[in-house]
Design a protein around this ligand. Structure first.
Ligand SMILES: Nc1ncnc2c1ncn2[C@@H]1O[C@H](COP(=O)(O)OP(=O)(O)OP(=O)(O)O)[C@@H](O)[C@H]1O
Ligand code: SF4
Ligand SMILES: [Mg+2]
Length: 364
C-alpha cells in the first residue's frame, strides 16, 4: 500500500447522451453532464458524505469514484493508479484485479446485491470465490459467520440459509454490508444505503457502519439527500461533507464549516430545507425558485444563478472557480467567498437579492 489517496478524481466529467424522444426520434441526442469537472480525494479511513438534491449527479460521481462509470473527461485513480488504464488491461503498477475488490458498493436497494433465487450464503460466497479463490470453503464460511455475528445476525447459520424475501429490510441491508466488507475493501460507496430503512433503523445502521469502518480501516463515500444524516455521519467520524449541485461540488468541508458556517448560497438553502438541523426554519426560503434547470441545457455562468438569491450580473456571465472561503479556508464555488472579488461591484439581478441577504442572515 502506498501513501496516495485511496481514490482521487481529477477534473472528472461524465456526460450521457439521451435517446431521441417520440416527438423527435431522429434529432440530435441531448447531452446530460451528470458530473462536471469534479476533483476530490478520499484518503485512508476517511468518510466523505455527498449531499445534494435528486438528479444532481451523486450516484454518477460515486460510480465514477469506484471505477464503475468511466469519466468522459478527466481521470479517476486508485492509490495513484489510473483505474481505467488498469481496466483496459495495460501493464500497470496496480492491476485491475487488485483494484476491483478494494472498491465496493452498497446500493439503496439491497435486493440488487442479493439474488432472490439464491440463499444468502450463496450470494455472499460469490465475491469471495471470485476474488479470493485461494480460500477454501471452511475459511470462507468462517469469515462469513464471524461477520454475520458481528452485525448482530445470530445464529448466523439460521440467517445464511434463508432467501432474501425471508429477511426484513434492515436484515437485508446488514447482509449487504457484510457482503461489501468480506473482501476487506479500502473504500465502500454507500449510495443512499439507509434511505429505504425506517427512520428508527437509520441511526442504528449508521452506527453499525461507523463501528465496522473503524474495525476494518475502511473509507466510505456516503451518499445521502438528507443533510441531517450527512451531519450525523460526518460529526461522528470527523469526516467531510461535499455539497453537489448540477454536477459540480460547490462546497466541501467539515460539519463546522458546512453546517455551522456554510458559504455557498445552495448549502444555505439545503440547510434551510432541513429545519431540524438548527431550527432556522423561519423566514422565506433562501432560494428564488424550487425549479431545477434542465440538465441538458445548463445555465451559462454560475449554474446556480437562476435560483440564487444573491446572484449578480457577473454570475450570469462567468462560472466561479473553486475559491477558498475567506473566513475559514474551506473550498467553495461562489464569488462571494472572496471578499475582494469584482462580484461585489456587479449589480444584483433581482430585487430578491437584497431580501435574501436579510433572510440568509448575511450582512455583506
Ligand atoms: N445512464 C444514464 N443515461 C442517461 N442519463 C443518465 C444516466 N445516468 C444518470 N443520468 C442522468 O444524469 C443526472 C444525474 O443522475 P444521478 O443518478 O447521478 O443523480 P443523483 O444525484 O444520484 O439522483 P438521486 O438522488 O435521484 O439518486 C440525471 O439528470 C440523470 O437523469
Ligand atoms: S456565484 Fe453568484 S449565482 Fe453562483 S452561488 Fe455565488 S452568488 Fe449565487
Ligand atoms: Mg442516486
Amino acid at each position: 500500500m502506498n501513501n496516495e489517496p485511496v481514490v482521487s478524481l481529477e477534473n472528472a466529467t461524465v456526460e450521457f447522451e439521451t435517446e431521441g424522444s417520440l416527438l423527435n426520434p431522429f434529432g440530435e441526442p441531448d447531452v446530460v453532464r451528470a458530473v462536471n469537472d469534479v476533483s476530490l480525494e478520499i484518503g485512508d479511513r476517511e468518510i466523505v458524505t455527498l449531499i445534494g438534491e435528486s438528479g444532481c449527479g451523486k450516484s454518477t460521481l460515486g460510480r465514477t469514484a469506484i471505477g464503475v462509470q468511466k469519466p468522459t473527461a478527466g481521470s479517476v485513480s486508485y492509490r495513484g493508479q489510473d483505474i481505467w488504464e488498469a481496466r483496459t488491461g495495460g501493464d500497470t503498477e496496480i492491476s485491475y484485479s487488485e483494484i476491483r475488490p478494494a472498491l465496493q458498493m452498497i446500493h439503496q436497494d439491497p435486493g440488487s446485491a442479493l439474488n432472490p433465487n439464491q440463499r444468502i450464503v450463496t450470494s455472499l460466497s460469490l465475491p469471495l470465490r471470485r476474488w479470493q479463490p485461494e480460500l477454501g470453503r471452511p475459511e470462507r464460511m468462517e469469515r462469513i459467520h464471524a461477520l454475520f455475528e458481528r452485525v448482530g445476525m445470530q445464529p448466523a447459520e439460521d440467517f445464511l440459509n434463508r432467501y432474501p424475501h425471508q429477511l426484513s429490510g434492515g436484515e437485508k441491508q446488514r447482509a449487504v454490508l457484510v457482503r461489501s466488507l468480506l473482501l476487506n475493501p479500502d473504500l465502500i460507496l454507500a449510495d443512499e444505503a439507509i434511505s429505504a430503512l425506517d427512520v428508527s433503523l437509520r441511526v442504528e445502521m449508521m452506527d453499525l457502519m461507523l463501528e465496522l469502518q473503524e474495525l476494518f480501516d475502511t473509507s466510505y463515500l456516503f451518499i445521502s439527500h438528507d443533510l441531517s444524516n450527512a451531519r450525523y455521519i460526518a460529526e461522528k467520524s470527523d469526516g467531510r461533507i461535499a455539497v453537489m449541485y448540477l454536477g459540480r461540488i460547490v462546497e466541501v468541508g467539515t460539519v463546522d464549516e458546512i453546517i455551522d458556517n456554510p458559504q455557498h448560497p445552495y448549502t444555505k438553502a439545503l440547510r434551510w430545507a432541513t429545519p431540524n438541523l438548527y431550527g432556522d426554519d423561519d423566514g422565506q426560503p433562501p432560494i428564488r425558485t424550487i425549479d431545477v434547470p434542465d440538465p441538458t441545457a445548463l445555465p451559462v455562468g454560475c449554474n446556480f444563478h437562476p435560483r440564487c438569491p444573491n446572484a449578480r450580473e457577473l454570475c450570469e456571465e462567468r462560472s466561479p472557480p473553486e475559491i477558498a472561503a475567506s473566513d475559514d479556508g474551506h473550498p467553495c464555488r461562489c464569488f462571494r467567498a472572496d471578499e475582494e472579488h469584482e462580484y461585489w461591484d456587479s449589480s444584483p439581478v433581482s430585487k430578491d437579492s437584497d431580501d435574501a441577504v436579510a433572510v440568509g442572515g448575511d450582512q455583506q
